[in-house]
Ligand binder design. Sequence first.
Ligand code: ADP
Length: 428
Amino acid sequence: MYQQAIEQLPLEQLRALQSERLQQLVSRLYADVPFYQQQFDSNGLNPKDIRGISDLHLLPFTRKPDLRDHYPYGLFAKPMEEIRRIHASSGTTGKPTVVGYTVNDLELFDDVVARSLVCAGAKPGMKLHNAYGYGLFTGGLGMHGGATKLGMAVIPVSGGMTDRQLTILQDFQPEVICCTPSYAQTLADECVKRGIDPQELAVQYAVLGAEPWTEAIRKQVEAGLQVTATNIYGLSEIIGPGVSQEDFEEKGTGSYVWEDHFFPEVVDKDTGKLLPYGEEGVLVFTTLTKEAFPLLRYWTNDICSIYYDENAKRTHIKMSAIKGRADDMLIIRGVNLFYTQVEEVIHEFDFLSANYRLIVDRVGNMDRVTVEVETLHPGHAGNNDLALHLREKIKGTIGLSMTIDLKEPGTIARSQGGKLSRIMDRRT
Ligand code: ADP
């Protein structure tokens, strides 16, 4: 572990630390950010009302429109002279939000990424092939800083230019790679296409995040690159990558949320009511320690559950894989649908690859979803029995009839380096 004492801090002590940090945060915000002062006042709240982390639910949420209303710097809690870096979200769902970091924030960012890398299997002395985009997006520089702090040699490849990525994987022999899961699929596919034997590569661990993914993609990437692949989650508003990370020896049991810094809650997506551990809802974060751009109860829009895992190495809470963003949820003939649900069904079929996309049309008054999915082997795309089998399985598990369009291998658009959009919504 990178910071064993804190990663294994007994829960009672963790709560005490969170309580102390929350109280400090609330007074800072009230004093330094007019938006929060207004929020408190209009809700009849005083910072003194918050006596500990169990009072957090009394506070109002902060939402993306609040950030956009104060674009670009209106929610910064420190003057520009103390800001050392500015990033922005990728803008996947609209105008990007702008975030800032003080020296201490950058230190904290490095620490949580270093913790995450160790959790993913990395060790000092290893080389990191960093294929997250460098720039305003937090992925590239975020992973870079944490890996440097851990004592790894960073290869700052950035996203895209797949030829070059493969040459570097072959020649520089990195032991760890980080990128989006869809780009890891692209790299795995390209190795097959070019006859690159993964045995020639040194890469052992893949740290994948920035978009939702399921076991179907894990299977493809682990087999294709011969790695252990784990999930890293984060968002620029909270810090960037390294908000949570799955342990390479606890795969499939969820990702540790570094809750000494980022306190998670899961709430009902319609009512905002706090949900019990294990129930699925919207993930909400409070940044307990950040200086430049702290957030109180930030509504991420990401859907998952949180829970404690008694068999885990660390004491921190875990979160399940993100099912999707609330605003990416399709409502088809009254049924809620995330594309990861289809991905999970695809995983059950040995003859299908995890390269797929969903196309949504309106035919008359009816919404129609077509699943385009590649078969693993050439010549299977025309097999109606296979298509029927998949259609029935989807109907049985998700409750929706979908049109199945099996495709030949290599015919569906691949990620060129960043986040891949798996839904094509053609409804007006
Ligand atoms: P944008 O919201 O514009 O894409 P970011 O680049 O900050 O901005 O991306 C953060 C978002 O990416 C998260 O809110 C979440 O929806 C998604 N994300 C990040 N990591 C993961 C992950 N491991 N699994 C699923 N979704 C993720």
